[in-house]
Ligand binder design. Sequence first.
Ligand SMILES: [Zn+2]
Ligand SMILES: [Zn+2]
Length: 744
Amino acid sequence: MLTGVLVAVDSAAFQFDKLYSYNVPEQFTDTVKEGSRVLVPFGNSKRMGIVLGSCEPDDSYKSLIDVERGEPVINSEMIDLIKYLKETTFCTYYDAVRAVLPKNIRLVPDGGFEKIVQESEAHLETVFETVDGFDEAALTKRQREVYEALIAPMTYSELNSITSVSRQTLSKMEESGAVRRSVRLKVSDAGYEPTVKEEALVLTDAQQEAYIKIKELTFSDSTPNTTLFYGVTSSGKTAVYFKLIEDMVETSRGVIMLVPEIALATQMIGRLKNRFGSRVGIIHSALSDTERTIQWKRISEGEYDVVIGTRSAVFAPLPDIGLIIIDEEQEETYNSDQAPRFRAVSVAMKRAYTHSAGLVLGSATPSVESYYKAVEGAYNLVRLEERFNDMPLPEVTVSDMREELIEGNTACIGKELYEKIEERLRSGRQCILLMNRRGYRTVSICRQCGKVIMCDSCSMPMVWHKDDGTHRCHYCSRVIKEVTKCPDCGGELRHTGIGTQRVEEELQLLFPEARILRIDVDSMSRKGSLQKALKDFEDGKYDIMIGTQMIAKGLDFPNVTLAGVLSVDSMLLMPSYRAYEKTFDMLTQVVGRSGRGSSAGEAVIQTIDPQNSIIKLAAGQDYKSFYDSEIILRKAHLYPPFCSVCSVVFVSQKENEARSSAHRFEHKLAEVFARNPKVPVRIMNPAPLRVVLVKGSFRWRIMIKSRGDRAFRDCLSACLTEYKQENPSDRTRIYVDINNESDI
Ligand SMILES: [Zn+2]
Ligand SMILES: [Zn+2]
């Protein structure tokens, strides 16, 4: 029974964000619990809130207005996670609530789930399940096959796709009492139905060895519960994951598996469903609010054994987690770029600890930080260095594009790549080509006055999209139509730079017969289109796939024997301490897309810097040498893992305001850290972000190197609060980004 509660209130600004105390009116003392959603008076308004703790009642407190009925939607683990996110990522309590709870559940005060989903026919489906205790001897041979396939409730079409059962057979079984039908909430994941019933998993000797080792280390009391699973591309890490998942499901504990991209989630969901039937839940950003709510509800009620998804799936409310797998753990997509700015790996670690679960971080190119932790013994390290079926590494050609330029060839497909594509087309094989910029031409310049067509709201050139004749800003999505002349002097425009659309057009000219699939945000904007495109490519309906980063990771097409990177140079020149790591990762990944079936693969990397050591190491898939050289640089220049880097970012519509706030804040930092001499920091001078203007806002930042520990966070938190109190009229928005990838 609670008589006073501590409430996190929706829409509080950071400096006012704390737990507010309220009295509980008598009629609610039995209903309100920690985790309950409540309606509270706040200033002159009413706000949603969540009870995160209790206190003694006091006459000076206001009283709750309303309380949700029934069990609270969030349990003690989630309450703990909310507090953890607030403390480690400098968000407000409600930012954290947003990460943990789906929108619908957050908003509805009386908690009626049925109300939320509004169980219309559209959200229901009929499923069949076996009846416990039915005497199987009474079944015919055919019926027995169906009966045995029905390992979990399935719709008719799911069951039919596995067993080809007819409706008649199924109704006979229903009449005899072997199966029964029931109605459940539908998840619209069309295309994810199990397609084939997979054979039992057979691991190669090397995979088996890795699997045993991961299991022993991750679940032993004497070793860390986090294991870095380093497996070269095409070593078959997925089979090892599946074996681990299978074991966990047998012991009735839940599994969360994270993958970096929706494209990859799409491929993986199908495979998991083939193996684990309908007890696989999905969470990713392409779900609608209702779908997300249904998934969340089902997961929290223990209806799923396995949840797969992108970053936000790390919050999946499984009641008992035994294992969390993060595939390609180094991916930036695991870092949230809006509040709460969390890292999925850190959250997974926290959750694994709470549930006494194992955490497996898989990668062909681990982040330097993770590999360092493994070397230092904070993680276990398990290696899988043999490619599946002893497939040789793809043979990599580094193509010198300078020579082509000298010869006057300005095309995006160089000679060597051209010949190799032609070979594939002749032999009925497929190619994957990576071009990391979308659009047709990336810069439009006036021939007379040299003006570049820029976005009004962002300090970036607009990208020309030839198909609809628009210029588009890739930062704020602004579209302007039919700009054919210079807006200043009326001069002719010259288009330069290359995007995916231009490459697609060039390929079509070079290879008129080829069937080309372009995959980027523009071509895949319709719901389900990416899923269909990947399936069509797999089914051999295309010869060449050209795409952005979306296609670089993890995709597995056995008939692809050539991978090409059209230009690697802009990545190497990125102004970030992670530039080499990212380039190495991307090249290794793309090269690894080739030769995954029974034929050896090849890859071509086009560059104007063919002697570059990162390119050479990636071509040889030599992670160890890359790590050895990179770790020396990181140490010499003091970058992670030897320190933690965070950014304080200042956002304002007026550049001078962003700049002066940053400078004022710098003084505050100096003052607070002077008071705390035992907290070592290096504070960089305030500077504009590389792209200073985005969506009409100017961005400045201060980078801070520190130990990234509790003491540092407490100091920084004090800076933020004191700064806001001392500068109440400063309207610059300030946020902290612990991921330090805000320079986009
Ligand atoms: Zn001009
Ligand atoms: Zn813009």
